[in-house]
Design a protein. Structure first.
Lengths: 532, 291
């Protein structure tokens, strides 16, 4: 085996390849993590611009800027791009950067596959954005792509469906890689229960992806064949049922919302202990809670369809099963609170974002419990209340989780401390504008304003105007985020050591490496300590 | 820790994935263009498919050569095995979507179309449209979409195909035993038998489709029965074909002496994949053809 050892030694002397092709052919987890994060930021801006078109139109009643059909295309693409283009790739970027460094592995287990998982995304995004310019415009059915409405899409339909297929492939390949890495690449001594929560939540997320993305792919394949190959899956005249699509979609869609939030849970579980200078309270119970949440996510999907017509026993079952999710989620929230209890806390930007996450996510969770009640949901369904709810968990939860993780690990990645003043400014502007943006939507929703509509009754004007103002502040604030990160990448800022944050070495292996870590890092000589 | 990951092979640069992305983009984009009636769509579809085939030759060839050179340690082989296992798991869920649809339609959608389960909720819309619809299976729905058809019986070709696939599962296992004993003739004979049975299965399926289209009036457009029948058996047939090609590649490699009792990941992956299509077929035989 001497030859093997030789090859290995030469590898460690290699830095990144030269030229732009480095990024196309890279197999390095740090490069691929950077690619994912960059792509996610670009998509965040694109999807955000679409949101601003929506909010501009809704600033006052009546039709101002866009026609209703285009408005519907915006709501559809905004959602698809934010979910599949921004949030999921951002978390995949964190996974790529951090999981190998957290478990003591040299890289991801399947580096070539890793490259492909990323490089499928820009092609899928191109296909999706191109649909805007096709005859009949992009899909305007909402991101759920419900038939029969979605079957009225013009030329864009097959392109949209194939976009979903490519995105699904990318997610599945990335998920396989993460599972294999965690199962097979842990350093000796890094037992499963010693793994940081971020690795655990991503492991569970990866399983969710493998189990539900193919179902979504199957469902949209049926849309394709119903439209172009005479099948009758969703056509009652032929014995099918459009509600079947809804079941298939939400069997994917509900675990999908946990796919979006679980990695954020992992990030928060890393940030709060560091800035409380304590160990994470109840690490093992966090692991079990994550697994329980994942299991429950598979058996609650029809709570998205309470109003569509279901036998009453089914409504009752889905209602109670949904409420159960509050239990393991509560375990997590109380563990985070207990971690902070009597800690010597400081409030650097990552911690501020983690606390912002905690407040906003809990608010979003509470409105979720309100909606889990089937009879009450008949009032909330398809109203702006729903929009407010899922933006509190998606923006307040997932996106603030991403902010927290970004500011937490950015010094590790770049070797310099980001501009703390600007970071704090970004947090406060985001936190306040986020609430200005989404809080009023609860009220107009409860008062009866429907979602996915370009015009509305005049009594909703003030709250909508307020919401739009918040949206524009939030949007512009994210350009500040780009500026802060750009400055750090350029190396403008105070140099940091490997540990970066006081006492961080107790919270993860990654802080034992230099900042920035070498292109091919090695954990030789680093001991993995007992977790007590 | 150095011993475990120190020798783990990390390739430098990978040129093939981007060809996969471009190929997929061209193939699916071309297919979509063809569907909306753009003439050049078909060309790009074929171009994309060829690009993907080229990518597979290149990528797999590279990995095979690396494997032969002995660069992969036991840990790397474990990575491949885990990767294949979870890939198959995702395939299982793809079929689950179609099986789930079949069960939902048979247990709920069709009975509801006929008015069952309406107690306490008034009448369903379907009953106003098609008051005389009597739910039964097989059906092509209350509007008789696709016209008259006969369902596919279970005890002709499908039963024979069940026997063929089960036998092929046994022959591939026999080949595996040969491999583990470093008995190459047994490995090769077992593989040839498995591949032959696989292609025999696909041929019989093709004949069955021909029979369905020309004599039974059973088409993809024959309502929900035709939809579920052809989509389930069609995707399965596609997987059998892929599996048989996979086994053929393994056979060619076995003939070149690539495998021994210690290193034969590709064989195992192909065998697992084969067992997976085998099990899916059993589900098909029971729920699509028989019950």
């Amino acid at each position: 085996m001497a030859t093997v050892a030789d090859t290995h030694d030469t590898h460690h002397e290699h830095g990144p390849a030269k030229g732009w092709l480095r990024w196309v052919t890279t197999t390095n987890h740090k490069d691929i993590g950077t690619l994912y994060l960059t792509f996610a930021f670009v998509m965040f801006i694109v999807g955000g611009a679409m949101a601003l078109i929506i909010r501009a139109e809704l600033f006052e009643p009546g039709l101002q800027f866009v026609d209703p059909h285009f408005f519907n295309q915006m709501t559809t693409l905004h959602a698809l791009i934010m979910v599949f283009g921004a949030v999921m790739p951002a978390f995949a970027g964190f996974a790529n950067w951090m999981i190998p460094m957290m478990i003591g592995a040299p890289d991801m287990a399947l580096p070539r596959l890793n490259n492909w998982s990323f490089w499928l995304l820009p092609f899928a995004a191109a296909l999706l954005v191109a649909t805007l310019f096709m005859e009949g415009g992009a899909a305007a059915s909402g991101w759920t792509l419900y038939p029969p409405l979605v079957l009225q899409t013009g030329d864009a339909l097959p392109f949209t469906i194939f976009t979903v297929h490519i995105l699904g492939m990318s997610s599945i390949l990335a998920a396989i890689n993460i599972i294999v890495t965690i199962f097979n690449m842990r350093a000796p001594g890094m037992t499963m229960m010693r793994m940081p929560m971020f690795c655990w939540t991503w492991l569970v997320t990866a399983f969710l992806l493998i189990l539900v993305m193919p179902v979504f792919a199957g469902a949209v394949t049926m849309l394709l064949t119903d439209k172009f190959f005479d099948t009758s899956f969703f056509n009652p005249a032929g014995g099918g049922d459009p509600v079947l699509y809804q079941h298939l979609f939400w069997f994917f869609g509900h675990p999908e919302v946990y796919i979006i939030i679980l990695p954020a849970f992992g990030i928060i579980s890393a940030v709060i202990p560091t800035f409380s200078r304590k160990k994470l309270f109840g690490h093992n119970s966090m692991v079990y809670a994550t697994c329980v949440i994942a299991f429950l996510s598979f058996i609650v999907w029809a709570h998205h369809q309470f109003t569509v017509g279901m036998p009453v026993p089914a409504e009752l079952y889905f209602m109670y099963a949904t409420m159960l999710i509050a239990v393991p989620t509560g375990v997590k929230v109380f563990n985070w609170l207990a971690t902070m209890w009597k800690g010597s806390m400081t409030f650097e930007t990552p911690m501020l974002n983690a606390l912002g996450f905690l407040v906003l996510f809990v608010l979003g969770g509470f409105t979720g419990i309100m909606m889990s009640q089937a009879p009450a949901d008949f009032q909330y369904h398809d109203s702006y209340f729903i929009v407010a709810h899922f933006h509190y968990v998606l923006v307040g939860g997932a996106v603030f989780g991403i902010f927290a993780g970004l500011f937490y690990w950015l010094p590790k990645w770049t070797g310099v401390m980001y501009d703390e003043k600007l970071g704090k400014l970004h947090f406060w502007l985001s936190f306040i504008s986020m609430n200005v943006l989404f809080m009023p939507q609860h009220f107009v929703g409860l008062a009866g304003m429907p979602r996915r509509i370009p015009d509305y009754a005049v009594q909703f004007t003030e709250f909508n105007a307020l919401s739009s103002v918040g949206a524009f502040i939030f949007g512009v604030t994210q350009l500040l985020l780009g500026y802060i990160v750009w400055k750090a990448i350029r190396g403008e800022g105070e140099k940091v050591d490997g540990e970066v944050w006081e006492g961080a070495k107790d919270h993860g292996l990654e802080w034992n490496l230099a900042s920035p870590p070498p292109y091919h890092h090695s954990f030789e000589g680093i001991e993995i300590k007992e977790r007590d | 820790m150095s011993s475990a990951s120190g020798s783990y092979y990390i390739p430098h640069q990978a040129k093939w994935p981007i060809f996969g992305s471009i190929g997929l983009f061209l193939m699916l984009g071309g297919f979509a263009a063809k569907l909306i009636g753009v003439g050049a769509g078909g060309f790009f579809m074929v171009l994309g498919a060829l690009t993907i085939v080229g990518m597979m030759f290149g990528w797999f060839g590279e990995v095979i050569n690396e494997g032969i050179s002995g660069i992969y340690d036991a840990q790397a082989e474990r990575s491949f095995r885990w990767g294949m296992i979870w890939f198959i798991a995702s395939e299982v869920m793809f079929f689950a979507a179609f099986f789930g649809s079949l069960f939902y339609v048979r247990m709920y959608a069709v009975p509801w179309l006929g008015g069952e389960g309406t107690t306490g909720v008034g009448e369903y819309t379907g009953q106003f449209l098609w008051p005389d619809f009597a739910p039964a299976w097989p059906t092509n729905g209350p509007a008789h979409v696709g016209g008259e058809f006969e369902p596919m019986g279970a005890w002709g070709i499908p039963a024979l195909n069940t026997l063929i696939l089960l036998t092929s599962g046994a022959t591939v296992t026999w080949a595996h035993w040969g491999l583990l004993k470093d008995n190459r003739p047994q490995l090769i004979k077992g593989l040839i038998a498995t591949i032959a049975l696989g292609f025999l299965f696909v041929s019989l399926q093709a004949y069955e489709y021909y029979h369905a289209y020309t004599e039974l009036g059973l088409t993809l457009g024959a309502g929900i029965y035709g939809s579920t029948f052809f989509m389930l058996t069609g995707f399965h047939g596609m997987h059998v074909t892929i599996g048989a090609i996979f086994l053929t590649v393994v056979l060619l490699r076995a003939l070149r002496g690539h495998f021994d009792s210690q290193h034969h990941f590709a064989f195992e992956a192909a065998a697992w994949y084969w067992h997976f299509v085998d099990v899916v077929w059993l589900g098909l035989f029971i729920f699509v053809y028989w019950l």
